[in-house]
Design a protein around this ligand. Structure first.
Ligand code: MN
Length: 388
């Protein structure tokens, strides 16, 4: 038995990641936009070891930064004994900004294909000037394609941002990004301030277009309309605020299902990144209960149960949760692993350890489903890693 486990632990597990990021160059906006426009786009300024200020078009908010992250901290989160101190500080993987170094990092970690979101660009959706957004998003999407996706087009699925002040603006950019070679679009948990909410029928032409051209909707946590205004204070705030970020993607899925948007567009698929996956069975049951028990006021009626729609059209990523693997054994097949590279919540430096802990005792077919196949179901142009 010990021999088997020992040999298992030496085998490299390759996994696709449905949740990764690129750190943008500090001067990105000034490199691609005129100064007066670039000055208004999101930027961060570190003011102390543990705090940065995020500036967005004339307003700003403060953000706490990790003092440290290391394998020992991750071990502690997994319930193991914490040894040593937490002062060996937040490290940044070599490939966080450099695409060539990134491939080397990924090969070392055993990460194959990736959905790549922005980092600072998560807050691009807080900008509300429609003219500014249209110009800025067009330019930054061109940059993302040329400088990131095209470096490894068979492995990297970069998520472009889409202007959301009107559905027409959104559709213009969706047509453009599809034409130039993107495979998905990044939508925020809430539409930009001033735009209609996701359950509104005004978005139906956008859903139809996405379904027709086959682009996947990718949603990343932390992109709520309120930004950090939603953060709690006081005792327990670190864990409370971390958990709070889980709900935005759940609300996104609930709105698209309850409003009938996914039912009317059965080929439309949604990837929810970094918010875990074990809540999906719960949400499916809860929506079914609401649909049944409050049936007298349910509108619109759906052709399939909310849970069936959720299970078939929504995919969800997790990094460390053992219960996410278990969710895949109770009928929810669209569980997807994600590394969150190069962010501190992710697995850089301990990816193989994490994958072995998660999957060494799991049926190989289920492991392959979560690490490789659910990703390739959304992005079939990404080949399987060698050996899988
Ligand atoms: Mn992430």
């Amino acid at each position: 038995m010990a021999t088997t486990l020992e040999s298992e632990s030496k085998v490299k597990i390759w996994a696709n990641s449905g949740d990764s990021h690129i750190l943008e160059p500090d001067n990105l906006w000034h490199d691609i936009l005129p100064k007066d426009l670039a000055d208004r786009m999101p930027r961060t300024e570190r003011v102390s070891e543990t705090e940065e200020i995020v500036y967005v078009d004339g307003s700003s908010f403060s953000r706490q930064l990790p003092r440290s992250v290391n394998k020992k901290l991750q071990a502690n989160v997994r319930g193991e004994e914490l040894e040593g101190t937490l002062n060996d500080l937040s490290h940044r993987p070599p490939g966080a900004r450099d695409v060539k170094a990134r491939l080397a990092d990924l090969d070392g970690e055993g990460i194959w294909g990736e959905v790549i979101y922005p980092s600072v660009g998560i807050w691009d959706y807080l900008v509300t000037d429609p003219k500014l957004i249209k110009v800025a998003f067009r330019e930054v999407n061109e940059w993302r394609l040329a400088e990131v996706q095209n470096f490894a087009p068979d492995r990297w699925v970069v998520a472009p941002t889409i202007p959301l002040m009107t559905v027409e603006d959104a559709m213009d950019e969706v047509r453009h990004v599809a034409e130039i070679g993107f495979h998905c679009i990044f939508l925020p948990c809430d539409p930009t301030e001033g735009a209609e909410d996701w359950n509104s029928e005004v978005w139906d032409p956008l859903w139809s277009l996405l379904e027709e051209i086959g682009l996947v909707i990718t949603v990343h946590l932390g992109s709520e309309r309120g930004g950090t205004k939603l953060l709690g204070r006081g005792p327990g705030k670190a864990v409370y605020n971390y958990v709070e970020t889980t709900y935005g993607p759940q609300r996104f899925a609930t709105k698209l299902i309850a409003s009938g948007a996914l039912d009317r567009h059965p080929k439309l698929r949604v990837l929810l990144s970094e918010a875990g996956a074990s809540w999906v069975p719960f949400l499916g049951d809860r929506m079914n209960e609401g649909y049944r028990q409050h049936g007298f006021m349910v509108a619109p009626k759906l052709s399939r149960s909310p849970k069936e729609i959720l299970y078939s059209q929504v995919y969800a990523t997790f990094q460390h949760d053992v219960s996410a693997v278990e969710a895949a054994t109770c009928g929810y097949r669209n569980v997807m692993w994600g590394s969150d590279y190069p962010h501190m919540e992710g697995t850089f430096g301990h990816t193989q350890e994490t994958l072995h802990e998660l999957f060494d005792h799991v049926d190989p077919e289920l492991r392959k489903r979560i690490t490789i196949d659910s990703f390739r179901e959304l992005f079939p142009h990404v080949p399987a890693p060698a050996g899988d």
